[in-house]
Design a protein around this ligand. Structure first.
Ligand code: GDP
Ligand code: MG
Length: 220
């Protein structure tokens, strides 16, 4: 197995091998196993953990369902901003996926502080097995102050962060290209961000094999 992610794949064969290991990993059963509303409720920090975050309604639950190939795994809701808990999913003992509460719903940047100040920041800063946070951004929506505030907070927590664009199917190719360029500029400006920006759609499956491959590289 390739040690690094897709960016480190030396050639087409290495890339194909990584994509295949991602496919195999996510062919294994995935199940919800824990919810935490307080720090003392976190499960034991065992195995590799990757957390997913983003603004409410960004498509986080849909993306988790698409990754696992299970429609009802994470709840998909059109009424955002409800749960303030961390939901833990076990991918057959190989990887733990964490669904974080959405931030920034109808309340500008300071809501990141309010929503995330306690449990979220403590979790991000103190979780020894948290290997990466995938920060999701909507292809249809420009980068919001809440996203920048979340990136600041992730930086302060010193968590490796990678940006994933969602709902790529919902914009024209020209708009998608512009959004991608904007996010790339953001990544270039923030050295701590992973250089590879993934473009995904839970509707069409675009980018899902690549995201699985990135996660497979982390799971090792
Ligand atoms: N067109 C399109 N809509 C999506 C996609 N992913 C999610 N959505 C829609 O966006 C809304 C919010 O999705 P959800 O997964 O609940 O977002 P969450 O709040 O971040 O968990 C729902 O109405 C979804 O159907 C996608 O890839 N393409
Ligand atoms: Mg959700």
């Amino acid at each position: 197995m390739t040690a690094g992610g897709l960016l480190e794949a030396r050639d087409e064969a290495a890339r194909a091998a990584l994509i295949e290991s991602g496919r195999l990993l996510f062919a294994r059963p995935c199940r919800f196993f824990h919810a935490a509303q307080r720090l003392d409720q976190l499960p034991a920090p065992e195995g590799v953990e990757v957390a997913f975050c983003g603004r409410s309604n960004v498509g986080k639950s849909s993306l988790l369902n698409a990754l696992a190939g299970q429609k009802g795994l994470a709840r998909v809701s059109s009424t955002p901003g409800r749960t303030q808990q961390l939901n833990f999913f076990d991918l057959d003992g190989a990887l733990t996926l964490v669904d974080m509460p959405g931030y920034g719903y109808a309340r500008a940047a300071k809501s990141v502080k309010e929503d995330w100040q306690g449990l979220m920041f403590d979790y991000l800063r103190g979780r020894p097995n948290l290997r990466r946070v995938m920060l999701l951004m909507d292809s249809r929506v420009e980068t919001k102050p809440a996203d920048l505030a979340a990136l600041d907070l992730l930086g302060r927590a010193a968590v490796a962060t990678q940006i994933v664009l969602t709902k790529a199917d919902s914009v024209k190719p020209s708009a998608l290209a512009a959004r991608f360029a904007g996010v790339r500029a953001l990544v270039t400006a923030r050295a701590a961000l992973h250089p590879l920006v993934l473009v995904t759609s839970a509707e069409t499956g675009q980018g899902i094999p690549e995201l699985r491959a990135e996660l497979a590289a982390l799971a090792g």
